[in-house]
Design a protein. Structure first.
Lengths: 108, 115
C-alpha cells in the first residue's frame, strides 16, 4: 500500500462547478499537508499547505485535513478553464511523500 | 529572484552516454532534491541534500550521482544513460526544519530522452 493514495483521474467538470480533489494517507504521524498544481510541461507550484487538522481558505481554494480518517481534500469553487492542471497532494513528516496526482479538466 | 533554475530544458542521449543536469537556487535554501516524474507514477525522489557537503539517497538512486559543494548548486549526474532513465527531471529546494523538508519550490524541469 502506498503511503499517499490519489486517484489519477482524469476528472472532467463543467466551468463554474465545485471541484473536490482528495487524497488518503496511511501514517498518522504526518502533520504537514500540501497541495501543488502542475500545468502541462511545467514544474509543480505550491498552492496551499496546512498543518494538522482543519481548513484553510485562499480565494476560491479550500484545503481540508481530517486526521481521524486520514483524508485530505482540496475544494475549488467557481472552477475556471485555467484551473485545468494536475493537482498533487503531499505530506511531510521529515520527508515529503507524494500522491500520484489527479488530472483535472474544466470544460468551458 | 530567479527561484530554482534548471539546465538544459531538453536533452537526448544515446545509451551509455553520461551527462550532468544542472540545478541552482537563489533562495538560500538548505534542502535540495532531485525527482523524476513518469506517467502514472508521480514524483519519485532520486537524491537529496540537507546542506553543502551532505547528500543522501532517495527512493530511486541507482544510476545517478550527486554532490553539493555550495548552498546554491545541486547537479545530478547520469553515469551511463539507459532507456529506463527517459523521464522528466525536477529539482526542488526548501528551507530545512530540523533536517526535514516541508513546502518545496520546483524548477521548470529537464525532459530527458535516452535512445
Amino acid at each position: 500500500q502506498k503511503e499517499v493514495e490519489q486517484d489519477p483521474g482524469p476528472l472532467s467538470v463543467p466551468e463554474g462547478a465545485i471541484v473536490s480533489l482528495n487524497c488518503t494517507y496511511s501514517n498518522s504521524a504526518f502533520q504537514y499537508f500540501m497541495w501543488y498544481r502542475q500545468y502541462s510541461r511545467k514544474g509543480p507550484e505550491l498552492l496551499m499547505y496546512t498543518y494538522s487538522s482543519g481548513n484553510k481558505e485562499d480565494g476560491r481554494f479550500t484545503a481540508q485535513v481530517d486526521k481521524s480518517s486520514k483524508y485530505i481534500s482540496l475544494f475549488i469553487r467557481d472552477s475556471q478553464p485555467s484551473d485545468s492542471a494536475t493537482y498533487l497532494c503531499g505530506t511531510s513528516n521529515y520527508q515529503l511523500i507524494w500522491g500520484a496526482g489527479t488530472k483535472l479538466i474544466i470544460k468551458p | 529572484n530567479a527561484g530554482v533554475t534548471q539546465t538544459p530544458k531538453f536533452q537526448v542521449l544515446k545509451t551509455g552516454q553520461s551527462m550532468t543536469l544542472q540545478c541552482a537556487q537563489d533562495m538560500n535554501h538548505e534542502y535540495m532534491s532531485w525527482y523524476r516524474q513518469d506517467p502514472g507514477m508521480g514524483l519519485r525522489l532520486i537524491h537529496y541534500s540537507v546542506g553543502a557537503g551532505i547528500t543522501d539517497q532517495g527512493e530511486v538512486p541507482n544510476g545517478y550521482n550527486v554532490s553539493r559543494s555550495t548552498t546554491e548548486d545541486f547537479p545530478l549526474r547520469l553515469l551511463s544513460a539507459a532507456p529506463s532513465q527517459t523521464s522528466v527531471y525536477f529539482c526542488a529546494s526548501s528551507y530545512s526544519y530540523q533536517g526535514g523538508t516541508y513546502e518545496q519550490y520546483f524548477g521548470p524541469g529537464t525532459r530527458l530522452t535516452v535512445t
